[in-house]
Design a binder for this molecule. Structure first.
Ligand SMILES: [Zn+2]
Length: 406
């Protein structure tokens, strides 16, 4: 590679690093991304604040924490994305295509993805073997409302997420295809995303700053007593959760396309209760009404988006306890005893999906499948196939190499 070009690439990659902090001894690797949507700057501000304080106070640490900027071109223009959503390019199919490409695509986000991917590969390549790899992705949202966390529904991600005192949503991560989290769950034990508040609200950066301090401690990189003002960060998050259930499970997603002309009724906020039959919006076919008694999540008030809203139901401690226990005992094997549910092996060894035929059966079995973490749904002919995020980790350096790498 040309030396001048090499140094320029190096320069660009360094700019992508918002902060880095390393301990003296081996330990976990915490990777943070901020601004993968360019209009969501609060995470960038939060990361810069936290790493500036780490540099100033130099608290003892093990392992490392690194924060990366997501869509740098989008951030520069305060735009969600330029040509395509950078947080929808990471599905297994898209990644196969990405890794086999021999030259960069022409869209702005192709270059963003290539750089971000290389930064992540470099970090994971240096991660200490035998220690946790944790990924935290920071976002903000368009409508006013309470911040919340969402995690892949694996047991290790759940355990990590529950140490963060924000409302936790299960099933949202799996409902959206091609997020960076979908890629990272194959290479990290824990994948967590945080929606830190409304994009323009200065309180969102404060919330995400607190999220980062708690994540640094939960990951085991820092000890709570070494973090400046740790208790106040925990209190801030607890206060935000005070009026909401600790855990909410997604029970319904209302997908839309631009051609549907969907318009949300005004005034809905995250976690607002809705009654079955309540008018939530309208599209070209007529009124859209709530399908369940539930709480509404992520109501769509921006022009770009494929999800009109989600409906969720609170999950109490008993539900979580039983779900964790039975999953540890591989109780999902019992699902094979139900008529109409077929267990099929995935391409990855040791991973399975469930294939369900027939609408009535699908409705009856969906809750049960979610209980065992099977939340990712895809259509295959007349059947639905339910899969879940893998619990194991894979060594990224051996799993992937790109044809065009220099
Ligand atoms: Zn976002």
């Amino acid at each position: 590679m040309d030396v001048r070009l090499q140094s320029r690439t190096q320069q660009r990659r360094e700019d992508r690093v918002l902060g880095r902090y390393e301990g003296d001894s081996p330990g976990p690797t915490l990777i943070i991304t901020a601004g993968i949507h360019g209009n969501e700057r609060a995470g960038v501000v939060a990361a810069q604040r936290v790493f500036a304080q780490l540099g100033e106070h130099s608290p003892p640490a093990v392992g490392r924490a690194i924060a990366l900027a997501g869509n740098r071109a989008g951030l520069q223009r305060n735009q969600r994305f330029i040509d395509q959503d950078l947080n929808r390019l990471w599905s297994p199919t898209a990644m196969r295509e990405f890794l086999s490409r021999t030259r960069e695509g022409d869209r702005v986000e192709d270059a963003e993805q290539a750089e971000l991917y290389q930064s992540i590969v470099d970090i994971l390549g240096k991660a200490d073997p035998g220690f946790d790899r944790i990924f935290v992705d920071m976002h903000t949202f368009s409508a006013p409302g309470t911040p919340f966390a969402l995690c892949s529904d694996t047991l290790t991600s759940r355990a990590f997420a529950r140490r963060l005192p924000l409302p936790l949503i299960l099933g949202l991560e799996e409902a959206i295809d091609g997020t960076l989290g979908e890629f990272m769950i194959r290479h990290c034990n824990v994948v967590l995303a945080v929606e830190g508040g409304q994009s323009e609200d200065p309180a969102s950066a404060d919330c995400l700053e607190s999220v980062l301090w708690v994540s640094l401690v939960s990951a085991g990189v820092l000890r709570a007593k070494d973090c400046p003002g740790y208790e106040s960060h925990v209190r801030r998050l607890r206060e935000l959760r005070r009026h909401h259930p600790k855990v909410t499970g997604i029970i319904y997603r209302h997908p839309v396309q631009a051609s549907d002309g969907y318009v949300m009724e005004p005034g809905y906020r995250n976690f607002q209760p809705v009654k079955v039959g309540e008018k939530l919006g309208r599209d070209r076919r007529g009124d859209v009404r709530a399908q369940h008694d539930a709480v509404i999540l992520m109501p769509l008030y921006q022009s770009l988006g494929n999800d009109a809203y989600f409906l969720g139901a609170p999950r109490n401690g008993a539900w979580l306890w039983w779900s964790t226990l039975l999953r540890r005992l591989h109780g999902d094997y019992l699902l094979t005893l139900l008529p109409g549910l077929e267990r099929v092996a995935n391409a990855e060894p040791g991973e399975y999906s469930f294939r369900v035929e027939g609408r009535a059966l699908r409705l009856a079995s969906r809750g049960l499948l979610q209980f065992f973490g099977y939340r990712k749904v895809r259509r295959e002919g007349g059947a639905l196939v339910f899969s879940r995020r893998p619990e194991r980790t894979v060594d990224i350096s051996s799993a992937h190499s790109r044809g065009r790498r220099d």
